[in-house]
Design a protein around this ligand. Structure first.
Ligand code: PEP
Length: 246
């Protein structure tokens, strides 16, 4: 049985004060048979980690560098995330791929580094609208997964979460239908199966793209969808709590 994982991706939103107010708003209301995660900006992580002590809310980062240290101005080293007790790190979100030149190769280095330092990576993949309309969804996503998971050892596979996020559905209000999402996610699991055999059944694969309380149950009701990565609807306590009711 794969434990569902609902993750908020706050992107570049909220100050420390606003983040702590959010935690006050959800504290004590998130317990259940679901893994609950908030991926926040770096500057909030220490305070959020402290504020969520004793709750089931896990805290993650939205990126990290693949080198341990060095001349990489403005980047954040994996060791810092380890010291902060981060549970997860998002790798290769489409916004990072689009605006910050992340490639399958850098994502792969980050996935391998995250595993090495003991942080669970959430590897993102997804197609553009043009790619979908050209019938290239599976080809695109397959490349991202095969390259992103290169050199991962079978024993570490379970630590990785995959997030399928069609780019045309992120922050647009356009959700892939639950069936469309499930179809691609089943294909992603097949790709993982080609690489790792039966271990593929242990990997959790989330859907992301305009998930909200009103559609989360339908999405989570699909056979291959194990969770959601949520941007906009993770920012307000009431919405976030609504995402946990599916
Ligand atoms: C995301 O940030 O990964 C995302 C899916 O955003 P939204 O839920 O706002 O579409």
């Amino acid at each position: 049985m794969r434990k569902p994982i609902i993750a908020g991706n706050w992107k570049m939103n909220k100050t420390i004060k606003e983040g702590l107010e959010f935690i006050d708003g959800v504290k004590g209301k998130t317990e259940g048979d679901v893994e609950v995660l908030i991926c926040a900006p770096f500057t909030l992580l220490k305070d959020l980690k402290e504020a969520t002590k004793g709750t089931n809310i896990k805290i993650g980062a939205q990126n990290m560098h693949f080198e341990n240290s060095g001349a990489f101005t403005g980047e954040v080293a994996p060791g810092n995330l380890v010291e902060l007790g981060m549970d997860y790190v998002i790798i290769g979100h489409s916004e990072r791929r689009e605006y910050f030149n992340e490639t399958d190769e850098t994502c792969n280095k980050k996935v391998l580094k995250a595993i090495e330092v003991g942080i669970n990576p959430i590897l993102c993949c997804g197609e553009t609208l043009e790619e979908r309309e050209a019938g290239k969804t599976i080809e695109k996503v397959k490349g991202q997964i095969v390259n992103g998971l290169k050199d991962v050892k079978p024993k570490d596979l379970e630590k990785i979460v995959i997030a399928y996020e069609p780019i045309w559905a992120i922050g647009t209000g356009k959700t892939a239908t639950a069936e469309q999402a499930n179809e691609v996610i089943a294909e992603i699991r097949n790709v993982v199966r080609e690489m790792f055999g039966e271990l593929a059944d242990k990997v959790r694969i989330q859907y992301g793209g305009s998930v909200k309380p009103a559609n989360v149950a339908e999405i989570m009701g699909q056979s291959d969808i194990d969770g959601a990565l949520v941007g906009g609807a993770s920012l307000k306590p009431a919405d976030f709590l609504g995402l946990l009711k599916f």
